[in-house]
Design a protein around this ligand. Structure first.
Ligand SMILES: C[S@@+](CC[C@H](N)C(=O)[O-])C[C@H]1O[C@@H](n2cnc3c(N)ncnc32)[C@H](O)[C@@H]1O
Length: 216
């Protein structure tokens, strides 16, 4: 077992985060004891950030006190692990679906660093009063106009802030070749951001990439 980032552990093909809320599971994941610490298994088939790490990403810049704007929180699978990592930080978590938000609220009630926002990420001005400037934006909304959503939300990103942008080829165009879509996404993104890294998430997620970029 090796700790690769703050509170993130890897053991062969298994990834874990140190559980912030002892004894609590979020999505039926396994809890194990490691040298007196409770670790939660982080499933790369359920979380694109875990998939990126399993694909060799080793430069995760999240710190204990990082502030993150998370777009597309769903029921909180990935947010919960990010919450384990940024223990004393803040995760402003936007989700449009009331149904997902209902479940997400249970998680956010238990985790003090999670700030739920029921809202539409394509209308970021509507939640301007609910968050602070952030160090990172993590976006996983799987929408056709998702790049526009990212650019609009970058008003909340601090200077030299970093974005984690998940791209699902089929959400953008179900007919064109994924490689072509990815190339275009990267080219367009470069108008606003410096692309640092692109990670192909297969076999954990088919036809998905994660683009990591910094604000120009
Ligand atoms: C692929 S899921 C996110 C999974 C989640 N990031 C995780 O790893 O646990 C995409 C989510 O984005 C949400 N979403 C889609 N469009 C949105 C929008 N305009 N604003 C906020 N959330 C949106 C969906 O309701 C869905 O819950």
């Amino acid at each position: 077992m090796e700790e690769i980032f703050n509170n993130v552990f890897i053991d062969g093909d298994k990834l874990y985060t140190k559980n912030l809320i002892s004894g609590e599971k979020v999505y039926g994941e396994k809890l194990i004891d490691y040298k007196g610490k409770e670790l939660r298994e982080w499933n790369p088939r359920r979380s694109k950030l875990a998939a990126a790490i399993m694909k060799g990403y080793r430069e995760l810049p999240f710190k204990k006190d990082s502030k993150i704007l998370y777009l597309g929180a769903s029921t909180g699978t990935t947010v919960s692990h990010v919450s384990d990592i940024v223990e004393i930080g803040k995760i402003f978590s936007v989700e449009i679906s009331e149904r997902s938000m209902r479940q997400f609220l249970k998680l956010s009630e238990m985790r003090e660093n999670v700030y739920p926002i029921l809202g539409d990420a394509s209308r970021p001005n509507l939640y301007s009063g609910l968050l602070e400037q952030v160090d990172f934006i993590y976006q996983d909304v799987a929408q056709k106009h998702q790049q526009e959503i990212l650019v609009k939300n970058s008003v909340y990103l601090k200077k030299r802030g970093i974005v984690f942008y998940c791209v699902k080829a089929r959400s953008i165009d179900s007919i064109r070749a994924p490689e072509e879509i990815f190339k275009e996404e990267i080219k367009n993104l470069e108008k606003y951001f410096n692309v640092i890294k692109t990670i192909d998430l297969s076999p954990y997620e088919k036809d998905h990439i994660m683009i990591i970029a910094s604000l120009r």
